[in-house]
Design a protein around this ligand. Structure first.
Ligand code: SF4
Length: 419
């Protein structure tokens, strides 16, 4: 054993070290490889986040291809009548962004466009984009757009389909989210005629400028049921959707302002109006909106009693007192879920998704917009629930990363080559 022969052990160790040094003297240094990159980026998704990111990159001289699956830009925001805290309409904000995009010669917007093939890597991604050209303005009124879409479906107009090949240096995915769609019978959805979702209420409000009418009847009372499709301890969506408490309370304030005499009841599990949004909650409580706290294990039950819809709830703030609320309309506050095309995009770009099926960043705090694929970034709600400000901030952060990466025209990559 070495401990019995210390002198010999030392000689052996010195010999091994000398051998190592001799070997290193024959090695060649591995230097990082500089590759030239195109100062061109693809942004997937022309919602508010993707549009803002595209503008930021274009301002810095990057050529941007912005693709949107739908024919209208602006995503979910475009349909919102009023947004907190400025009370601007979604259409106003999206139209302003679209006008800016049109002024940049280095942004090309394709609507009706989907990513079909990806090869290559950081600095030189080869992409194939399928575009179905239809004669619809990206900021058209949704009703007008629907009429034109019908003409295409009835073959009165013919769309032109083409596949475009692009080479881009980097990709920003800002493909957004879907609203959770309640299952048939969930809180009476689709089985009781006056149970709708929050996005459906938004549309109803846009279509009823003077008086809120549903199924031919004036609406005097609304019961909101929170956390539908989110925070499911036994279901798939365990996360909180972050923005729906604020969105609902803001809608409640808008209802009072627009239609004056509507009573709202809020059946919530927790109120998460963090930051400045807390002001909404305070304002809502002061204006007489009524709040009842329920637990998931004793969720509200919606029943039809003759012509009346009744919501039964045990209010945890008053020692689980059973209450029955008559409501002209029951609104399910549905959360966010990943878009149906998220697995397709994840597969093409090789970006991982989490157990919640949203796209995964490398590190939530230290690399919040980077993915494991160099040159591919994520921003906005495709990454997980966010409110509008957070969503725009994250896509702008992704845009900044891409600007820094592509601006010099070269990037250094690891000197590892497959032979
Ligand atoms: S934001 Fe509010 S309503 Fe939405 S999931 Fe979270 S707690 Fe529920």
């Amino acid at each position: 054993a070495h401990s019995d022969q210390p002198h010999e052990a030392s000689v052996k160790a010195a010999g091994l070290i000398q051998a190592g040094i001799n070997r290193v003297s024959y090695s060649e240094s591995l230097d990082a490889i500089d590759i030239s990159v195109k100062n061109t980026a693809l942004v997937i998704g022309a919602g508010i986040s993707g549009m803002k990111a595209a503008i930021d990159m274009a301002k810095s001289g990057t050529e941007v291809f912005l693709i949107e699956k739908e024919y209208l830009v602006g995503g979910r925001i475009a349909q919102k009548e009023s947004l907190f805290p400025t009370n601007q309409s979604g259409k106003e904000i999206i139209t302003a962004l679209y006008q800016q995009i049109k002024r940049f010669p280095n942004i090309t917007l394709f609507t009706g466009a989907t990513l079909e093939k990806v090869s290559g890597s950081l600095g030189n991604f080869n992409l194939e984009i399928k575009v179905n050209h239809k004669d619809i303005s990206p900021i058209a009124d949704p009703k007008e757009a629907k009429l034109v879409m019908d003409q295409y479906e009835n073959n009165e107009k013919k769309e032109i389909e083409e596949t475009i090949s692009l080479i881009v240096g980097a990709v920003l995915v800002a493909s957004g989210f879907n609203h959770y769609q309640p299952k048939e019978g969930e809180f009476g959805y689709q089985t009781i005629d006056n149970v709708i979702t929050l996005p459906e209420l938004d549309t109803l409000m846009v279509n009823n400028p003077k008086q809120l009418v549903y199924n031919g009847k004036k609406v005097n009372s609304i019961a909101f049921i929170y956390c539908v499709g989110s925070r499911q301890t036994k279901g798939e969506n365990k996360y909180c959707s972050r923005q729906c408490c604020s969105s609902t309370i803001h809608t409640s304030l808008q209802l009072k302002e627009k239609y004056k005499d509507i009573q709202t009841y809020h059946l919530y599990r927790d109120i998460r109006t963090y930051g400045k949004q807390e002001l909404l909650y305070e304002q809502s409580s002061k204006q007489g909106d009524l709040y009842f706290k329920y637990e998931e294990k004793e969720a509200p039950v919606v029943e039809k009693d003759g012509k009346t819809t009744v919501v039964k709830v045990k209010d945890y703030l008053t020692a689980k007192m059973p209450l029955e609320i008559e409501a002209d309309l029951v609104v399910l506050v549905t959360g966010m879920v990943p878009r149906e095309d998220a697995p397709h995009i994840a597969d093409l770009l090789k970006i991982p998704t989490g157990s919640d099926k949203f796209f995964n960043e490398i590190h939530p705090k230290l690399k919040p917009v980077e993915t494991v694929i160099k040159g591919v970034y994520i921003g906005g709600t495709c990454q997980g629930p966010k409110n509008i400000s957070e969503s725009v901030q994250s896509s702008m952060s992704g845009a900044s990363k891409i600007i820094a990466l592509l601006k010099s025209g070269t990037v250094s990559v690891d000197p590892i080559i497959a032979r």
